[in-house]
Design a protein around this ligand. Sequence first.
Ligand code: ADP
Ligand code: ASP
Ligand code: MG
Length: 465
Amino acid sequence: MKFGGTSVGSAERIREAAAIVSEHAKHHEVIVVVSALSKVTDLILGTLTAARSGNAAETEKGLQELRKRHEEVLAELFSGASLANVREAVEATLSRMRDFCSALLLLGSATPQVMDKALPLGERMSAGIFNACLAQSGTRSEFVDSAQVVVTDDNFGDASPDMDATRAKATEVLLPLLRKAIVPVVMGYSGATAERQLSTLGRGGSDYSATIVGAAVDADEVWIWTDVDGVLTADPRVCPDAITLPEITFAEAIELSYYGAKVIHRKAIRPAMERGIPVWIKNTFKPQLRGTKIVASLPLSNHPVKALTAVTDACLVTLTTRRDVHFAEIFGRLFLRLGHEHIDVLFSTQSSSEDSLGLVLREQDTEHVVNAIERLFRTELKHGVLNPVSVHRQVAVIAVLGAGMKGTCGILGRLFSAVARINVSVIAVAQGASELNICFAVDAARANDVLKAVHGEFLGSGASA
Ligand code: ADP
Ligand code: ASP
Ligand code: MG
């Protein structure tokens, strides 16, 4: 069971989450994975960034805020000896954070490897607090440092697990606790390399921790507790009439998370899928609801479109070649380089008559990609074989998803008519060859309008199948 930031965001929420665990631990073996208290990782990151840029006042403000958030929760949850114990652990973590900040203020820089030593401190505190809360309610539990269990590669800031090594560690550390009817409470978001360097799994990575740990111990199920009723047809913050999907497939969940549906981390599904472990998304605010079950396969529904999502901070990078060159060779070299640099392309379009290639990327990758292109094709750019790279910023990618679209006529017609009715022009389009999704790019400022219009067309209360 993994509890996200809002599910452990306050004393009240932690108490409720611990009650859910205690209840299930009576009849099942449960491993808990926790995120930091809501917004705490942002706060840690902001504080480290302030320290790195030499801003002592902002750094101090961040440190104070961090202490206040945790102190409030401690004071509400505990008293007496148990308060003293948890407070000591939290204080030790806060003082580690302070030491990091002092070092960064002096150094003025930090590599991703250094940042990864401090970023999981929020999970260190929340897991300690959650563990103490379980103990207080009479459930036997133990704090588990993720560095003892999750073994990752050294891609700091966005690490991936070494599943064989993780399986060995999890068997050694977690299974003996379960056998003694003790609930392990594991820090999410983080792990360590084989050389014991701390690492993080990318923002929102506690979901990934949960499926990694679940797969490593061959769990029967992974339950992701969050602040919505399950996976919905769209982000309910944008489309309030979105409805909960009772079941979706691993493939659909992967597409949804890749295209920005924050409810599941973009890499979290794979470890569960590889071992065929169902993943449930459930609401801690309404634990009685069923939630969404993510499974290997489902019969085709009669709704061709199942869900929508958007990456709202994307950009379109266009490369055009002179007409007389063999562009396939140029573009081939480009994709190889992007692969080596671990760049995710959201989608790409190529048309031979224009000799051009459009790459839709996450905004955060733009500089990196443009620099890589300029280095890779220095000679071609210099001799005009390749025209200067053009970058179109502030683009959103809308992904329309559903296995039922395959072979259904008229989906594209309905889709783009709905977009045209709200006067939005489409910048680029791609329909996956699997027909599991259609992606298109629009001006980011109109992304929410487009989502609402397309949701109304296919998934709203008045929509026809
Ligand atoms: P947690 O802190 O529990 O990990 P997140 O904030 O990371 O929670 O993810 C949950 C949020 O994901 C929801 O509050 C919702 O706004 C957002 N979301 C985006 N797309 C979807 C979707 N299709 N279904 C459900 N929630 C979604
Ligand atoms: N606390 C981490 C983050 O905010 C991981 C998570 O919440 O999943 O990115
Ligand atoms: Mg999350």
